[in-house]
Design a protein around this ligand. Sequence first.
Ligand code: MN
Length: 434
Amino acid sequence: MDSKVYSERRARYLQEMGGGVAILPAAEVMVRNNDVDHDYRQDSDFYYLTGFDEPSSVLLLSSEHPEHRAVIFLRKRDPERETWDGPLLGVERAKEVLGVDAAFPIDEIEKHLPDYLGDVRRLHYRLAVNPRFDQVVFRAMSAVRRKARTGISAPSEIIDLTRDLHEMRLHKSVHELEVMGQAAEISREAHHRAMLVAKPGVYEYEVEAEIMGVFRARGAERPAYGSIVGSGPNATILHHRRNDRLMQEGDLLLIDAGVELDYYASDVTRTFPVSGTFSDAQRAIYELVLEAEEAAVAAVRPGVEYTHVHQVALEILVRGMVELGLIEGPVDKALEEERYKPYYMHKTSHWLGMDVHDVGDYFVDKKPRLLQQGMVLTVEPGIYIRADAEVDPKYRGIGVRIEDDVAVTADGYLNLTAQIPKSVAALEAILAER
Ligand SMILES: [Mn+2]
């Protein structure tokens, strides 16, 4: 992405934060074992403001320094290291490439930080996420305090940097929505591929491999989260991750998988019968979840409380559960006493963005947030009936979830994942082609 996008975000954040200095460290490298590291992914906040994916970097923003609004600390060029790990940006080119006002080697950060913090009242920093870097900040603070007798004062307020930054990230720009649309398209292709290969006699992990293959073949860096491929009774396990079961005739397969593209997530769930057609009991549960999902998606528009979307889905699910005899009525009593909980135990939505469970407050002053244009949320009702549930045996072991990614528009919603089939007829038509 153009470095202008990031410098504009930094300028906006400097405005929003209301004066002072902000410090954001890059994500740390995590050791996997011995001399092998986990795949590195930049911290979302850091990337949002820099577009820079190297570890051992720190961004400093200042509304007080006469010239330096944005300062980057990063690793020096190192020919020997670069032979192994590839080129580093380096201090010399950082100003131009990242569009910042100053760049210093990361190993000199402790020397420079106190200069930027002198006579600054507010420090914007998120404590207790990176304890090692907290110590760097604390040492800089005490270095400034030691200058008290020269008339230089240290910050008297430490404000959680995410207060203003996550509010910005919650509201997506047109450009961000475009990237999320592209991610949705890759996820569409992956789910379509999964529908073609998932059959009785195939292992769940074979389906997972096909999904990952599509993600990478389309140039995406990684999945947005570990793919859930749960067949038969595994469809009732919310975070099933082993994906190692051999699929059987008559199974439903629940796939919750979404790609991350250019640091933006998609998050999609589809459920379908591996044999190609739903049984009557499966169809009854599926149609109910679908009705709840479609009504909840349609309820997304600016000005409604985000909890309303959950409420719409929940009322339909509970009415249906009573009708099917899964729980005892009447509906209002079942809602009040949460009799649905054994079969629907999660909420219907979460924010979606750079993180799959994206940042942004759900409640403001203890009241549910009102949806606004540019917010993106998932809509994902489900019903999960464990194999040992005390219900009509024909419903046992059925798990269904349907999940779309929905952007709030000026007067309603845009379903980013609408192209991924979910009606019984559309699913059975695709499965019949195999
Ligand atoms: Mn989700």
